[in-house]
Design a protein around this ligand. Structure first.
Ligand SMILES: [Zn+2]
Length: 436
């Protein structure tokens, strides 16, 4: 189910993912594999050696055994990212072309006579069906693999509970977004895509304002930093960057996983920098200050607003293409689909498929922009923290070691899947600043 939340968030996922400013794990990003010589889909042995539950020393400096784990894990994550993507497209095609989607809409109309409620019931049934179909793949990708490599801290019950909690949240946002979408198609059959793109601006902004204070706290606890000495140092850095200190939070991410991360999110009054408790534990003060300097770069350079602009452009392109192509597909295959026009709610799987395909195709461009921002923020952090390249280098090396991120992916993999520059490039970059 998480993926469908992500697909909804696909409109916003760039925002979250890009805001997720450290390399390695994040749910919408691949922690990604390595050498092009290694074949995708090749056999991946189950890990037998150290995991993050071991002592800090066994994780960093990285041992040859752990280096092997980096290769296994990053390959596995990339392979599964591709599998899941393709699987999602196939599911959407099947649900649409077998008439299942039309059947769900028919069922929804039997539940109630009120047309406005049809859509909500249909959405509920649709996402329930998708959730059930993709459960095995979601379970393997997000639970089994994460346990195999010692990342997940959750029992099956806790993990499944989080999935269940996401369901109504997703349904809520989907209802508003696609309710508006279908309203416009019916009201303005020719120019709906323009109106929808314009309406997406306040919607994206509202989501960004709401999510950090309403949705995220449903899954984790956000508090001021516990380490007061560290907090003072971060506040000093923040005031240097012109940021109010109260915008820095510590989250108990270790409740779910041992991955390390930090990110910037929110807009207006909810704009904030969030540090995972896991990274606070694993990093020295200087390394954390480098990370914070990087996050502050995103913050002061208003990257979230630029991403909002990018999302709206992507929505404009996707919906324009949809308006151009989907009506023709529906006219041609109306009998098999079980509906005759795009204004039917049953066209949702085709709409989601179209969004998904466009996002996949433009991914190299969006990732390229994201990598550019990340690079700028590494430079910003070096400036603001006094060019401490040792701390920066160790921070990147630790990220690779703890998150099992491949520091040297192949060029193609980096172009298509990495929204951060590869770690080795980031290390080279910070060290090149010293040499200049
Ligand atoms: Zn960043």
């Amino acid at each position: 189910m998480k993926r469908w939340f992500c697909l909804f968030v696909f409109l916003f996922s760039s925002t979250f993912a890009c805001a997720q400013t450290l390399p390695g794990y994040n749910p919408t990003e691949t922690a990604t594999p390595g050498d092009s010589a290694r074949q995708l889909g090749g056999p991946v042995a189950a890990p037998t050696t150290a995991t993050l539950t071991d002592t800090v020393d066994s994780v960093y400096p990285i041992t040859p055994e752990r280096r092997a784990l980096v290769n296994q894990y990053s390959t596995l994550r990339l392979v599964w990212e591709v599998i899941v993507e393709v699987f999602d497209w196939i599911v959407m095609l099947v649900v649409a072309f077998t008439g299942l989607s039309a059947l769900l809409l028919k069922l929804a109309s039997r539940v109630t006579r009120r047309r406005a409620v049809h859509f909500v019931v249909y959405l509920f049934l649709f996402f329930l069906l998708i959730g059930i179909i993709s459960f095995p793949i979601t379970y393997y990708q997000n639970y089994v693999i994460e346990h195999q490599f010692g990342f997940s801290n959750q029992t099956f019950g806790q993990w499944f509970g989080d999935q269940l909690k996401e369901f109504p949240v997703m349904l809520f946002f989907m209802t508003i977004m696609f309710g508006f979408f279908y309203f416009l198609i019916r009201r303005y059959p020719r120019r709906w895509w323009l109106w929808f793109s314009a309406g997406a601006v306040p919607f994206v902004v509202a989501v960004l304002v709401i999510v950090p204070v309403v949705v995220s706290p449903m899954f984790n606890d956000f508090q001021p930093l516990k380490d007061k000495q560290l907090e003072t140092q971060i506040l000093n850095l923040a005031s240097k960057a012109g940021i109010e200190g109260s915008r820095v939070f510590e989250v108990d991410a270790s409740r779910q996983s041992t991955h390390l991360n930090a990110y910037v999110t929110g807009l207006f009054g909810t704009k904030r920098i969030v540090l995972y408790d896991t990274i606070i534990k694993a990093f020295s003060t200087d390394e954390l200050l480098f990370v914070m300097g990087h996050e502050m770069g995103h913050y002061v350079k208003h990257h979230i607003w630029i991403i909002v602009g990018m999302i709206v452009v992507l929505i404009l392109i996707s919906t324009w293409l949809m308006a151009l192509i989907l009506p023709k597909v529906i006219t041609r295959h109306g009998r098999r689909l079980g509906f005759a026009e795009m204004g039917s709610y049953a066209s949702l799987p085709l709409v989601l498929l179209a969004f998904g395909l466009v996002m996949f195709v433009v991914q190299p461009a969006t990732n390229c922009l994201s990598r550019y921002f990340e690079d700028r923020c590494d430079i910003y952090s070096m400036e603001i923290t006094g060019y401490n390249n040792t701390a920066a280098t160790v921070a990147f090396e630790k990220l690779a070691a703890y998150n099992l991120s491949d520091p040297n992916p192949s060029r193609l993999v980096e172009i298509w899947f990495y929204d951060h520059p590869a770690l080795q490039k980031r290390i080279d970059r910070v060290n090149s600043l010293i040499e200049q």
